[in-house]
Write a protein that binds this ligand. Structure first.
Ligand code: NAD
Length: 361
């Protein structure tokens, strides 16, 4: 029997609260299906800065490299958000981790549970049946491009938006392959009417599409994509986009899923995969015990499916979440006017319900 080494990296704020439940769900799956998962823990972000002065200590990076999969929470602390001049910042740990582990492909499935149709700010008749898989490039673009600096005594600032053909090709290949297993449509999002890096992006995807004649490819400007996502979300199947556009569009798309607290993601490269909710450390609710742990729990479902090829186990997690929602239980962020008062649960209570369901399914 294989033993899988899972590293839990809670990070900051609600990252700690939600990964606790991601781990408990993994333990429940191990019990149910007779697997052996071993767990270790590592520091990142503000918590790591406080403990070591470094947002990604070498020890954390070594543990990440040695693990079979990483369950990540979130980084971020208001101290840095309000102080743009801070030289050591939590998100440096996040960006370095992605770069060092070569996690260039961020997969974000956007699928609405029917039970949450009324929790979204978008009309149910527009939403029903939406099922989108985003491929956001994660280690390039303006987030990493050089130079990035202040000039003119700090009065001018610049970042560099940059992509190489190789970077576009490797993420596009994953997106094309995924489209083949779904509805065979790929929407590549760029800003090729204005940006040179987007023109290279589009040219590369156009060339690659010749090798995928069975996949329908459309190219869309990011502004149009932002509009169509809420006007007609069902028209999308696989969406392929760069780091910056993907960051913004997937937050917008979170409204399709009802809340940031419902959206999971997988960050993949050629080695260890990392699984994380798309939300941040949510300092406005951190420590209150009310965070929705379902994005972290659904990230565990992605881990089981992608890193460990445990499809039945992954489906069990998704069904446990679905059944819990069917029973009417909600965290505050996804409650609607039909939710009874006793059915609004805190992080711990809803986590318990999901773990119980796993045991009974
Ligand atoms: P956020 O995602 O932390 O929160 C946005 C809003 O959604 C908040 O009102 C929050 O309460 C709510 N929310 C998010 N997750 C929720 C959950 N699981 N349950 C219930 N409500 C939830 O984004 P933000 O407020 O813009 O950023 C806060 C900090 O997180 C910042 O420091 C930012 O840099 C950082 N951040 C980190 C990551 C990451 O680590 N991957 C991603 C985004 C933001």
């Amino acid at each position: 029997m294989t033993t899988y080494k899972i590293l839990v990296v809670p990070g900051d704020g609600i990252g700690v609260e939600v990964t606790t439940w991601g781990r408990k769900v993994l333990e429940a799956i191990a019990r149910k299906f007779n697997h052996t998962f071993t767990f270790d823990q590592a520091l990142i972000g503000h918590t790591a800065i406080e403990a070591t002065g470094n947002p990604l200590p070498d020890e954390s990076l070594e543990k990440m490299r040695a693990s079979d999969a990483i369950l990540f929470g979130a980084v971020g602390h208001p101290r840095y958000d309000n102080d743009p001049s801070a030289k050591v910042r939590p998100e440096q740990g996040l960006l370095r981790m992605r770069k060092e582990l070569g996690l260039y492909a961020n997969l974000r499935p956007i699928k609405l549970f029917d039970e949450l149709l009324d929790a979204s700010s978008i009309k149910p008749e527009i939403l029903r049946g939406s099922d989108i898989l985003f491929f956001r490039e994660l280690t390039g673009d303006v987030y990493f491009g050089q130079p990035r600096e202040r000039r003119d005594n700090g009065n001018t600032a610049l970042d560099t938006m940059i992509y190489s053909r190789y970077e576009v090709e490797r993420i596009a290949r994953r997106a094309f392959d995924a489209a083949r297993t779904r509805r065979k449509k790929l929407t590549s999002v760029d800003k090729a009417n204005v940006l040179e890096s987007s023109r290279l992006w589009r040219e590369t995807v156009q060339e690659m599409s010749k090798s995928y004649p069975d996949v329908e490819v459309e190219h869309m400007f990011v502004d149009t994509a932002a509009m169509k996502l809420i006007k007609d979300p069902r028209s999308f199947d696989v969406v392929l986009t760069g780091n910056l556009f993907g960051d913004i569009l997937t937050d917008e798309a979170s409204q399709i899923a009802g809340s940031m607290g419902m959206l999971a993601s997988a960050s993949l490269g050629d080695q260890t995969g990392l699984y994380e909710p798309i939300h941040g450390s949510a300092p406005d609710i951190a420590g209150k015990g009310i965070a929705n742990p379902m994005a972290s729990i659904l990230s565990v479902a992605l881990m089981l499916d992608i890193s460990f090829e445990m499809k039945a186990e992954s489906d069990t997690v998704i069904r446990a979440v679905e059944q819990t929602l069917k029973d009417g239980y909600r965290t505050r962020d996804i409650a609607d006017n039909q939710t009874q008062i006793g059915q609004i649960l805190d992080t711990h209570q809803i986590g318990e319900k999901i773990v119980e369901k796993i045991g009974r399914l």
